[in-house]
Design a protein around this ligand. Structure first.
Ligand code: PLP
Length: 352
């Protein structure tokens, strides 16, 4: 525990700073205005003009035929996994991937498939690891049918794949007849960090899920992108999952706004994350920090704190962050974190 002196010296943020996740953003005036003025219809009848525009916009952005608007990234991923597999199949994914750790066992529950976990590097797998994990055609073994990548990788501290590594994975999947899905909940962070384009990704993956409700600042929403035939099947599964929405255009308008206005600015979130990480690096209670490639900071907590007591301490100073393990804390920058807040967070860290 910290000493009382430390508590007295530390600097309080003058406003709440929520660094728990980039999902905590609230729509600003311009996004709300777009939502209020959206033209809507019944999207289960495929008659909502704003949803249709959003789906066409996203598909075109990635150079693909179609996309499907879903309420959440989890649903997009789960629909993709369900459509790519049959019961009893095996899905290759990294051991800390969202589809495995944080989707409520959905791969088993929704698709009746099982996972083959790979011990990757900060959430990233290599082609040779995947090749090694593919089962031979043998009645004893589950049929390997799908590989899921995550870019950026959340538990990897927002780490990014290199395009050449994905190309090798794609080639391995093509050779073995496996589908390749990307959990791209934070793909735009990776694109901005590495100067890549959505089209490059559209060419490498069979399907991509992107989230609108994270760095892009929408209240809800995700898009599953792929070819027309796949998206038709996905639309059916979305209905089965209870994700068929009616006048969803009010929400889809936020997605269109976000894709048109909120991508480039992600660079600012990355700068803010690096600035906060620099301040953390100076502190004796901070151990190793994962490289800050995008908007996520994950660091080891050392004595006198534990991850829990440090997050409690930050909370006293109006800074919210998350203990993701007994010894690790995560901070995430986003649209609702401005320069002034970052300065105050840094002052607070320095004063602790
Ligand atoms: C990498 C990743 N994939 C998928 C999701 C799921 O998104 P949602 O919260 O919209 O279900 C998240 C959510 O944090 C995530 O971090």
């Amino acid at each position: 525990m910290s000493s009382p002196n430390v508590t007295l010296k530390a600097k309080l943020c003058t406003m709440p700073v929520d660094l728990r996740s980039d999902t905590v953003t609230r729509p600003g005036a311009a996004m709300l205005d777009a939502m209020m003025h959206a033209k809507v219809g019944d999207d289960v009848f495929e008659e909502d003009p704003t949803v249709n525009r959003l789906e066409a916009f996203a598909a075109e952005m990635f150079g693909r035929e179609a996309s499907l608007y879903c309420p959440s990234g989890t649903m997009s991923n789960q629909i993709a996994i369900k459509c790519h597999t049959h019961p009893g199949d095996e899905v290759i994914c990294e051991k800390s991937s969202h589809v495995y750790l944080y989707e409520g066992g959905g791969i088993a529950f929704n698709a009746a498939a099982q996972v083959r976990l790979i011990d990757g590097d900060r959430g990233r797998m290599r082609a040779e690891q995947i090749v090694h994990a593919i089962n031979p055609d043998d009645v004893h073994k589950p049929r390997t049918s799908l590989v899921c990548l995550e870019n950026t990788a959340n538990r990897g501290g927002g780490s990014c794949y290199r395009v050449q590594d994905i190309l090798q994975i794609k080639s391995a999947c093509d050779q073995a007849g496996l589908a390749l899905h990307l959990d791209g909940a934070r793909l735009f962070n990776a694109l901005i960090a590495n100067g890549e384009t959505p089209e490059q990704y559209g060419q490498m993956f069979d399907t991509i899920s992107i989230c609108l409700n994270k760095g892009l600042g929408c209240p809800i929403g995700s898009l599953l992108i792929g070819n027309r035939k796949f998206i038709r099947q996905a639309r059916r599964i979305r209905k089965v999952f209870g994700g068929g929405m009616r006048q969803a255009g009010f929400m889809a308008a936020s997605g269109l706004y976000a894709l048109q206005h909120n991508i480039k600015r992600l660079e600012l979130d990355h700068i803010h994350a690096r600035q906060i990480a620099m301040a953390l690096k100076q502190k004796s209670f901070v151990g190793s920090i994962l490289p800050v490639d995008t908007n996520i900071i994950i660091f080891e907590v050392l004595e006198p704190y534990t991850a829990k007591t440090l997050t409690d301490k930050f909370a006293q100073f109006h800074i919210k962050c998350i203990a993701i393990s007994p010894t690790q804390v995560r901070m995430v920058t986003h649209l609702d974190i401005n320069e002034q807040m970052v300065k105050e967070v840094i002052s607070c860290i320095e004063s602790l």
